[in-house]
Ligand binder design. Structure first.
Ligand code: NAD
Length: 476
């Protein structure tokens, strides 16, 4: 079988510059240019602190001006107090740098020097709650690569560690909070979104607390440990008129998005099967991932969720029934409270099926394949932070060919976070709102019920809308 390579260069530079257009050219009367009031040295608008709404955390589209004004007030206040904040960098226009092209623009993709897009003052500010492995190794570094987002505060139970991290990321001591004084984030106008990166069993409490102090919420997956908690999170954010997004990073990852497009364009034909696995061999039996109250379950909610969510978002269909089994070895101290592995088969209305497995007891292995009569698309490795590989199998010139599609490496966390920021800036619904997390939780509960009873369990179609508009192409 001949293997072909197809390289699709998608680079960060493709998207640079569009930020300005999308942010300031929304077809509104103030479309023409960035308001002068945010430029360094420009005259500040005559805004008094009392002009800022009590709801000082949001930047919905219609009140974009308020956000800019607030930035100006913050800057003015900083000048008055002589803080480091006063030294905020200049605006995008002043910082933009143009380099001469060295390649022929008639045959080569245009090269652009990424510009700062906006002064950091204009970016959406995030409070990172929980400074564990994901925050330290992925999210904080990704925020540095974001175009619309920046870290604005840290929340941690370990003040010493948080102060060190704050110094690393140029934050002030006053930007460090703990779980007890969490509500004081309300007084920090630089924090617009609270990003919850805590053990699963704590997601509900911190989402509700964040909404109650007027902050938008980006919450790690799985959304919570019960459908009831998911609903309470949705209700709290709705009541507070705040956005809630669940951090399903694969739904913002370009290779996964490419498969979504292939499916929509009918490149695989009507879908028949999805097969997926996600495994890793866990260690330390005392870790929270193996405690039912904090994790909600074992391999299923942590890593099996990737296969479940991929079956849904890649196909664009919702399952109506599941048959499942779990394993929990008696003699392994790691699996006293939660399952080691899960296998489940989802049945969809069109006849499409998804066969998925996840294990906490097998060596790292992550893959999927989506099949139809016209071809297949698959990733191996799949679901990881990087090193992903995408293949497409189809008939080419009368031969069964496999094409490997490579895309320039990208930071999927940065794309995911920037999507949330765009939703806040433009007042749009996140692609993966709370309802998307609730639907996965309902299905996971059906999976556990099937494993417990040994019978197939019906899954009701979610009511209402569970996914927002596709992420903007400009960030891919
Ligand atoms: P971690 O154990 O490395 O970090 C958890 C943090 O929570 C630590 O800083 C810990 O001190 C803090 N914490 C506060 N109260 C705690 C308590 N009672 N028990 C234990 N820890 C407590 O975990 P992590 O890998 O960073 O995972 C955090 C969240 O992120 C989880 O919801 C997980 O499912 C999710 N996650 C998502 C991805 C992804 O790719 N999207 C990857 C890994 C983890």
């Amino acid at each position: 079988m001949p293997a072909r390579k197809c390289r699709l260069p998608i680079t960060a530079s493709c998207v640079a510059g569009k930020w300005q257009r999308s942010l300031y050219s929304e077809g509104t009367p103030r479309a023409a240019a960035k308001p002068k009031s945010t430029r360094r040295g420009a005259r500040m608008p005559n805004i008094k602190p009392e002009d800022i709404p009590a709801d000082n955390a949001c930047i919905p589209g219609p009140t974009r001006r308020i956000f800019l004004q607030r930035s100006a007030v913050g800057l003015a206040a900083a000048v008055a107090t002589g803080s480091a904040w006063a030294e905020a960098p200049a605006s995008a226009t002043e910082n933009a740098v143009k380099l001469p092209l060295i390649q022929d623009p008639k045959t080569e993709q245009a090269e652009e020097t990424p510009d700062p897009n906006s002064s950091p003052d204009d970016r959406v500010g995030y409070a990172i709650v929980g400074l564990g492995r994901l925050s330290m190794d992925q999210i904080l570094p990704a925020l540095s690569a974001c175009k619309y987002s920046r870290v604005a505060a840290l929340v941690s139970g370990d003040r010493d560690k948080a102060r060190k991290v704050a110094r690393q990321y140029g934050l002030r001591e006053t930007d460090v909070f703990d779980y007890q004084n969490f509500e004081r984030l309300a007084d920090n106008p630089r924090v617009h979104v609270v990003y919850i990166v805590l053990p699963n069993g704590m997601h509900k409490e911190y989402t509700v607390r964040a909404a109650q102090i007027g902050k938008h919420v980006l919450c790690e997956k799985p959304m919570a440990t019960s459908a009831a908690d998911c609903q309470a999170m949705i209700d709290a954010c709705r009541q507070a008129n705040r956005k809630l997004m669940i951090a399903y990073r694969s739904q913002y990852e370009p290779m996964d998005r490419m498969i979504v497009k292939m499916v929509r364009q009918g490149k695989l034909g009507p879908l028949r099967e999805f097969i997926a696995g996600n495994s890793q061999n866990v260690g330390d039996p005392s870790q929270w991932r193996l405690k039912k109250a904090l994790a909600g379950g074992g391999a299923l909610p942590d890593i099996g969720l990737y296969t479940l969510n991929a079956a849904r978002f890649l196909s664009g269909e919702e399952p109506v029934e599941v048959m499942a089994t779990t394993t929990k070895p008696d003699n392994d101290p790691r699996f006293k409270e939660v399952e080691e592995s899960v296998h489940f088969v989802l049945r969809f209305p069109s006849g499409f099926t998804a066969t998925c497995m996840a294990s906490y007891g097998s060596h790292e292995s992550r893959f999927f394949r989506l099949q139809g009569p016209q071809g297949w698309a698959g990733m191996d490795p799949a679901f990881g932070y990087n090193g992903l590989r995408l293949q497409h199998g189809a008939l080419v010139d009368g031969k069964n060919a496999v094409t490997e599609i490579t895309i320039d490496p990208n930071n999927q966390f940065a794309r995911e976070i920037d999507h949330m920021s765009q939703c806040v800036i433009n007042n749009t619904t996140p692609h993966t709102p709370g309802e998307e997390g609730l639907q996965d939780q309902r299905i996971m509960e059906a999976i556990y019920e099937s494993a417990r009873t040994g019978a197939a369990v019906k899954i009701a179609r979610p009511s209402g809308v569970w996914r927002g508009p596709d992420p903007s192409e400009e960030t891919f």
